[in-house]
Design a protein around this ligand. Structure first.
Ligand code: ADE
Length: 223
């Protein structure tokens, strides 16, 4: 898989992707991730990437010319172009699974008030938000989505089952509570059923607790 991130802040995009599992996935050749500075495609003395809003209004907008030039240079026949924006579809685990099967991906990261709408109409396949709040720039969001996708690539997780068991494998259910040793910590004990060795009972307990946690933390799921 190939991921290109076009942003005014390549270092913000790459910082979380240069450690731990993301680093190993790149070293193992599962994915090639590159962040590009949009300014490299800006022309003129000041390499301007933004401008005032036509029709008036607060803030600045990313100009179309450098974005068209960047995407036209970087895209390949299979490339999907994803714009990170709070106005996009909200990213979920099911979409992460779908995107993990894509071979070529460009994340275009918005900044200021966003991008000229001609970019969205002509170049963008998907507008994506990571949640209903506004970040200072889309590079943070692109790193979040990249992490969620790359960890699903075959071979990225040490134990493939950890991707199957976790929250959102069933999109309507959170994970059951989990415990490790010591069995008694300051008088707080690990639930006895988990020490019973009785697998059917343990599974039953996990399902009931998963439903309870979902009801407590995310009553909106499955409605
Ligand atoms: N850029 C600013 N806020 C964002 C969000 N919530 N998701 C994606 N990109 C963004």
């Amino acid at each position: 898989m190939r991921i290109d991130i076009i942003t005014l802040f390549p270092e913000i995009a790459m910082a979380p992707l240069g450690e731990s599992m993301m680093k190993r996935a790149q070293e193992a050749g599962l994915v090639e991730i590159k962040a590009h500075d949009l300014r490299d495609w800006a022309t003129g003395k000041h390499r301007k990437t933004d401008d005032y809003l036509c029709g008036g209004g607060q803030g600045m907008l990313l100009k179309p010319e450098p974005i068209f030039a960047a995407i036209e240079e970087l895209r390949r026949p299979e490339t999907k172009v994803v714009l990170m924006t709070p106005q996009g579809q909200v990213f979920k685990q099911a979409l992460a699974r779908e995107m993990a099967a894509w071979s070529d991906l460009i994340f275009l990261c918005g900044h200021y008030e966003g991008v000229d709408h001609r970019v969205i109409e002509e170049l963008v396949d998907l507008e994506l938000s990571i949640g209903d709040y506004v970040l200072t720039n889309g590079a943070i969001a692109a790193a979040v989505v990249t992490d969620a996708i790359v960890r699903l690539l075959p071979g990225a997780l040490g134990d493939a089952r950890s991707a199957e068991d976790e929250s959102f494998s069933d999109p309507d259910l959170l994970e059951a509570p989990a415990y490790t040793k010591p069995i008694d910590f300051r008088g707080m004990k690990v639930p006895e059923v988990l020490l019973s060795g009785h697998h059917a009972k343990i599974e039953e307990w996990k399902k009931a607790m998963a439903r309870k946690r979902t009801e407590e933390n995310r009553p909106d799921l499955g409605r």
